[in-house]
Design a protein around this ligand. Structure first.
Ligand code: NAP
Length: 263
């Protein structure tokens, strides 16, 4: 009896919540979609590659969860509008309870002096403007309903400089600032805004450096826990921040970096 009462009140339970995860076709976004579904949420997965999204939806629905894919390039305003109107209308138009801004790119490894304006703008379009544009649109509906959670996936680069990644470092620092700003701005209106800052995680984004033995070893040695994270190790802290267990947490960044920023 006590056991079932405890389970019903479980603050980590996300049943009857709808989550939208960007960049959910692979890596951290995919793991986050699966973890949110495992916690009971209905999940909308968004990225550009339909085949990857279909695989994630299949994995969730096969396990008994609910998921829907929307393929869209989040740098295109019309595509973003389409995602918002489609997402808000799903599942009896209950609206989005949880937004995870996870989609990002890191294609340029070069000194700032060699970077073109176009490269700089493209990176900021995906990593900063994308989360802002989606958050202000879905956030408005959350504010009207008086409830909602936004989680921005930033990086240890939001707090530490990474050489030859000036645009990426700037984008994640700005997203950390946006997290603080909206966390405070929306605090009294029922919408919490937080960030999870991963350290080096084994995904496609880090696949190249993972192959470079010397670099990989240097990163592992610099990381107090001594290894890269698995995507699931980033996903579960996101689930925590999305849940009522984190009801008094807003405007903050949770570093999930194996101790990197503590050193
Ligand atoms: N891996 C790490 O070591 C690490 C460390 C710190 C922070 N992070 C952060 O964690 C998040 C996830 O990274 P990851 O390592 O999982 O990267 P990943 O494997 O490269 O996945 C990135 C996801 O974003 C999507 N995406 C990229 N551009 C998009 C666009 N214009 N519109 C819609 N979706 C787009 C990609 O799908 P499509 O290409 O199909 O669109 C993909 O699903 C990012 O915010 C990253 O900055 C990663």
């Amino acid at each position: 009896m006590l056991e079932s009462a405890l389970q019903l009140q479980h603050p980590f339970n996300l049943q009857d919540r709808t989550a939208l995860v960007t960049g959910a076709g692979r890596g951290i976004g995919r793991a986050t979609a699966l973890a949110l579904a495992q916690a009971g949420a209905r999940v909308i997965v968004v990225s550009r590659t339909r085949s990857q999204l279909d695989e994630v939806v299949d994995a969730i629905t096969t396990a008994g969860g609910q998921a829907i894919a929307i393929d869209a390039d989040l740098t295109i305003a019309d595509s973003m509008e389409a995602v918002v109107s489609q997402a808000e209308g799903l599942w009896s138009a209950a609206g989005i309870d949880i937004l995870v801004n996870n989609a990002a790119i890191s294609p340029y490894v070069k000194g700032a002096e060699d970077m073109t304006t176009q490269e700089w703008r493209h990176l900021l379009d995906v990593n900063l403007d994308g989360p802002f544009e989606l958050t202000r649109r879905l956030g408005k509906a959350m504010l009207n309903r008086g409830k909602g959670v936004v989680i921005n996936v930033t990086s240890l680069a939001g707090a530490r400089a990474i050489p030859k990644l000036s645009a990426y470092t700037s984008s994640k620092s700005a997203l950390t600032g946006l997290t603080r700003a909206l966390g405070v701005e929306w605090a009294e209106r029922g919408v919490r805004v937080n960030a999870v800052a991963p350290g080096y995680t084994a995904t496609e984004m880090t696949a190249e450096l993972h192959k470079r033995e010397q670099l990989r070893t240097a990163i592992e040695e610099r990381t107090p826990i001594g290894r890269f994270a698995a995507p699931e190790e980033i996903a579960w802290p996101i689930v925590f921040l999305a849940s009522d267990a984190a009801s008094y947490i807003t405007g903050t960044t949770l570093f999930v970096d194996g101790g990197w920023t503590a050193l």
